[in-house]
Each structure stands twice: as structure tokens, then as C-alpha cells.
Design a protein around this ligand. Structure first.
Ligand SMILES: O=C(O)C(=O)C[C@H](O)[C@H](O)CO
Length: 319
């Protein structure tokens, strides 16, 4: 695939095995095979809405890597910058099932994975800058120090080129050496972004502030340089979201959901809604409503991506 891209993202995709039944993972007898990865979830969601999306990564030269590549290509994603590395493995994630709407147990097999070996020298600057927008998350930044550097570099390159950058902190404390390092690293990256999408609990941990207004203020006015994030959207789970830009602020209600099957991937669905709408020039409130609507769909399915709508589904729903 060639031509200009709407959105690029760098990140690790994992093969995911989701337990068939609730209970401790070690008791699970059967699993459903899915893809996982915060950045690829967003890439899939945006591609389903008709955006031209590029994903850069490394995969092991193994069956999991071939499975993931075929899935991403099947979604119409430009994978021309996904490298197959014969010396490393593709990452694997197990996910348990819960019945009470809480976050499910997750077990990673990703340390030293092919994607975690990505280097700044892997960044193809002209390909990156052929896109209008970069989406990034704190997961990729957490998997190795070199991936953190890739994240910092790509965000800086896009900002310098006058492109927009979104950032979802997506905190994964188990992937960081300490909570302090996680907060420092994530905040450094957040201040490089134009649009920042923390969850309310993430925002509290990262900023030490409590209310959505104060957390948004920390990012919009507390940064080390002028031209920090112009937009902060704080996800409030079932209660919707708070948004704040230079001209506008407000709350958007959540969409009622009968049964929460699995919360993982809701934030990625939310990002898909906000990014796709803002890139289409829709009003901010409408973009946040679309994010909340897609996030609510994402919690009603087992995997991370089955809830991500196609353009037809989005339009039929009037979103
Ligand atoms: O990378 C992780 O930590 C995951 O849990 C993979 C998920 O698909 C992703 O993070 C959801 O945002």
C-alpha cells in the first residue's frame, strides 16, 4: 500500500489467548485466539472507519508473528514497516474471564520480544511524516528503554513537522521498573502530545490531582514548554468523559451497557472515536461522544477489537 497515510502508530502486537471460562488462568482448559496491543487496536479501529493507517513494529519469524501480520493486513493496515526478526519471538498474552465487570487478569510473555528490540534507527522519517497524525500509547514506551526512545523520537518528529500527535497513557505498572519512573516517563511523553487521553485513575496517579478539571489543567498549563497538549480528554468509565481545550470544556455522559464482558480495549475504542472524528473536522463534543460510544461497545465483547465498528455501523448509529 502506498500514498499518504492518515494515521501512523508504532507498537507491539501480541497474540492473545482469552480463557473460555471465568476462574484462575491456571484452571482454564480452552482459549479463544485473538490479537492484542493498544496501538494495533487503535490502528484496526481507524482502518475499519476507512482511514489509511500505517503500523510499524517488529514481529518474530514464528507462527504468532505470521498470524498477527495477516490479521493486520486483513484490516487494510499498511504493514510495510513491520519487520520479521528471525532472532526473537513474538509476544504472547493470556487473558482471564471475569463476571463482575472488573479488569480481567492478564499474563504477559513479552519480555525481550521482537517488538521490544525496536530502535530509533528503525524509524523511517519520510514514511512517518507522510501521515497527518501519530497515535502513541504508554504501553509501547514501557516495553523497553529503546522503545521509549522510539516513542519520544516519533512524537517529536511529528510535532516538529506540524502534524498532530495523540497519546493515551495506558498505564501498565508491571512493565515499568517503578511507579515513579512510570509517572515521570509517561508525563514526559504526554507533554509532547497535542491530545492526551488519560483514564481518571491514571490521571490521579500521574498528576497527584483529583478532579478531571485539575488533571486537565496539569497537562494543559503545567508543561515544561509552550505548545503542550491543546486537548485533554479524561475517560470516566461508565460516567462518560470530561474534555478541555483552549476554547471549550464539558462533560459527555456514558452510554448505558447491560453487561460488561471485558473492559480491556475500551480506552483504545475511545481513542478511535475521538481521533477519527477530530481528523474529520467534527466538533470536539461530537468527537468525545463518538469515543464514549465506541468505548461502550468495546466492553461488551471478549476480545479487544470485535466491538470496533465499521464506517457503515457508525453511520447507521448516527455517530
Ligand atoms: O499491552 C497490553 O498491556 C495489553 O493489555 C494489550 C491490550 O490489547 C491493550 O493494552 C489494550 O489497551
Amino acid at each position: 500500500m502506498s500514498g499518504e497515510l492518515d494515521v501512523v502508530t508504532f507498537g507491539e502486537a501480541m497474540m492473545m489467548l482469552v480463557a473460555d471460562q471465568p476462574g484462575p488462568l491456571e484452571h482454564a482448559k480452552a482459549f479463544h485466539k485473538r490479537t492484542a496491543g493498544a496501538e494495533t487496536n487503535v490502528a484496526i479501529g481507524l482502518a475499519r472507519l476507512g482511514l489509511k493507517v500505517g503500523w510499524a513494529s517488529r514481529l518474530g519469524a514464528d507462527s504468532m508473528g505470521r498470524y498477527l501480520l495477516a490479521e493486520m493486513q486483513g484490516e487494510g493496515i499498511d504493514c510495510s514497516h513491520v519487520v520479521s526478526d528471525p532472532t526473537q519471538r513474538t509476544a504472547l498474552q493470556f487473558k482471564g474471564r471475569v463476571t463482575d465487570g472488573s479488569d480481567p487478569p492478564i499474563e504477559y510473555h513479552r519480555k525481550g520480544s521482537a517488538a521490544s528490540r525496536m530502535q530509533v534507527s528503525d524509524v523511517d522519517v519520510s514514511w512517518l511524516r507522510s501521515a497527518r497524525h501519530l497515535h502513541s500509547t504508554g504501553v509501547f514506551a514501557a516495553i523497553s528503554e529503546n522503545c521509549f526512545e522510539v516513542q519520544r523520537k516519533t512524537m517529536t518528529l511529528m510535532r516538529e513537522a506540524g502534524k498532530t500527535v495523540s497519546f493515551d497513557p495506558n498505564l501498565r505498572p508491571t512493565l515499568w521498573p517503578s511507579i515513579q519512573r512510570m509517572c515521570e516517563g509517561i508525563n514526559e511523553l504526554a507533554f509532547l502530545a497535542d491530545w492526551v487521553f488519560p483514564g481518571i485513575e491514571e490521571g490521579r496517579l500521574l498528576t497527584g490531582r483529583q478532579t478531571p478539571e485539575d488533571i486537565a489543567g496539569f497537562y494543559r498549563r503545567g508543561g515544561p514548554r509552550k505548545g503542550g497538549p491543546s486537548l485533554v480528554v479524561i475517560k470516566l468509565g461508565a460516567d462518560g468523559a470530561y474534555f478541555e481545550s483552549a476554547n471549550e470544556q464539558g462533560y459527555v455522559p456514558g452510554f448505558p451497557v447491560d453487561t460488561v464482558l471485558d473492559t480491556v480495549g475500551a480506552g483504545d475504542g475511545f481513542a478511535v472515536g475521538v481521533i477519527s472524528a477530530l481528523l474529520a473536522g467534527l466538533p470536539l463534543r461530537k468527537a468525545v461522544e463518538r469515543g464514549a460510544w465506541i468505548g461502550a461497545r468495546a466492553v461488551q465483547v471478549l476480545g479487544d477489537t470485535e466491538g470496533l465498528p465499521t464506517r457503515d455501523v457508525l453511520e447507521q448509529a448516527g455517530r
